[in-house]
Ligand binder design. Structure first.
Ligand code: PLP
Length: 443
């Protein structure tokens, strides 16, 4: 397993993260356990901030909180000076309760409800990323009722889709998100937004995909957005002050993944912006980005206890852990690949190839197919790396498993930032109708 951030093998042959022995963490807090390397999260935040500062552009880096949204994380993002993207009332509530300044919150999503819009306007958030015409008019109306004016970006689909090593330029974009650039919907939306009294159009937003390893897709998106901005300026005498280029910067889950350093993405984007907008003699807009995975992904490690195993001679050996698709649905959802090691025997040589199964009643509940480990025994602590993004955020209570705790580790100290769910938590919202309460047999 590749050792990210502060991860090392200590003198006890244990995986250590943030100066904390993971075997001790597992004993103290139980497993499964999400362990987050706080120093690495902060390092990633500052890599973005520093790279943008060096570019000389005006900018905002908004952490896409959907990747991992808990109050302590909002605190870190606030302290590091980033902005924050939310996509629901729940994420907005989390951020506000954590004391995140509303002005630095951006609200995304393709189906914001009137209640969510009202809540965000009442809080005084910095910007709405408007996805479609229904939302545009609804936001204008609700802002009008409240006597406020909402800053907006219009989300456009630029006809660029990036997937890891490839990007494709599509003429017609079949997407549930945003106003289409090619078919004129985006231009029409700009025209309408400019005429609405209760919204202030700052510019446009484009997000081209996720887990992207190349800069070509971003360059192409900048080119398309710049051309659109120039078209709007020429036809409507309207100048965009902000261009948001979305997130999607890739991370290293496994050996085959070859992400660029954060600074390389930022530099490529900054150069493309200066060049493209410069060529069009367009006033350089403020550049916003929205990294999620690349802020928290490689900072997360999940610890599991190995339970049973099953060797099918000539086929494979299954090793089962005390979590699975409930704490990490990504392998089942997207065939996502992960690396792992035995945290309690960190430096031991790998001796066998096993497949790591979860404990849910689904054949598809597999965490890793074929990983090379030392001979695995019951009671070993298995560490799966790169689980910081879209793991806790996507966790479920399937099979009535209780969601794990999350601890932040730094400088030898561990802080629980999310408690492990209790049985009471599981039953917290269950109700038994009165008519079923009659006890017919001893319990
Ligand atoms: C998901 C998403 C992001 C973050 O993507 P990552 O791959 O986690 O960086 C940013 N912006 C938008 C609009 C998104 O939907």
């Amino acid at each position: 397993m590749y050792l990210h951030g502060t991860s090392t093998i200590n003198e006890r042959n244990h995986l250590e993260i943030g100066g904390c022995d993971t075997v001790e963490l597992a004993a103290a807090y139980g497993t499964p356990l999400y362990v987050m390397d706080e120093a690495l999260i902060r390092q990633r935040c500052s890599e973005y901030m520093e790279a943008f500062r060096a570019s000389g552009l005006k900018f905002q880096v908004a952490y896409a909180s959907k990747a991992f949204c808990v109050m302590a994380m909002c605190r870190i993002v606030e302290e590091e000076g980033l902005a924050l993207d939310v996509v629901s009332d729940g994420e907005l509530y989390t951020a506000l309760k954590a004391g995140f300044p509303a002005q630095r919150i951006h609200f995304h999503g393709n189906n914001k409800t009137p209640e969510e819009i009202g809540m965000a306007l009442d809080a005084g958030i910095g910007c709405f990323v408007v996805d479609n015409a229904v939302e545009l008019h609804m936001l204008n109306a609700i802002a009008g009722e409240k006597g406020v004016r909402a800053n907006i970006l219009l989300r456009i689909t630029p006809g660029v889709e990036a997937h890891t090593h490839e990007y494709i330029s599509t003429g017609q974009t079949d997407s549930k998100f945003g106003f289409d650039l090619e078919n004129g919907a985006a231009f029409e939306a700009v025209k309408q937004a400019a005429d609405l009294p209760n919204v202030e159009l700052l510019g446009v937003h484009s997000h081209i995909g996720s887990q992207i390893f190349e800069v070509d897709g971003f360059r192409l998106a900048v080119e398309k957005v710049a051309a659109f901005a120039a078209h709007v300026r020429d036809k409507l005498s309207l100048v965009f002050r902000v261009i948001n280029l979305g997130g999607g910067f890739g991370i290293r889950y496994t050996e085959g993944d070859t992400p660029l350093p954060v600074a390389a993405y930022v530099q490529a984007i900054a150069e493309a912006v200066k060049e493209q907008f410069g060529n069009l003699r367009y006033p350089l807009p403020e550049i916003w980005t929205e990294p999620g995975r690349s802020i928290v992904g490689d900072a997360g490690t999940t610890l599991y206890t190995v339970g049973t195993y099953k060797d099918i001679p000539g086929v494979r050996k299954y090793v089962a852990v005390d979590g699975g698709m409930t704490d990490n649905p990504r392998p089942a959802l997207y065939d996502a690949r992960y690396e792992a090691m035995l945290a309690n025997r960190g430096g031991d040589p790998a001796e066998e190839v096993v497949s790591v199964a979860g404990k849910c009643c689904e054949s598809g509940d597999m965490l890793i197919w074929d990983v090379k480990l030392p001979a695995v025994r019951s009671g070993d602590i298995l560490a799966v790396s790169c689980t910081g993004a879209y793991n806790y955020a996507m966790a479920s209570n399937y099979n009535r498993l209780r969601r794990p705790a999350v601890v932040f580790v730094k400088d030898g100290k561990a802080d629980v930032v999310v408690k492990r769910e209790s049985y009471d938590h599981l039953l917290g919202n269950d109700l038994i109708p009165e008519r079923m309460l009659k006890v017919t047999r001893p319990v």
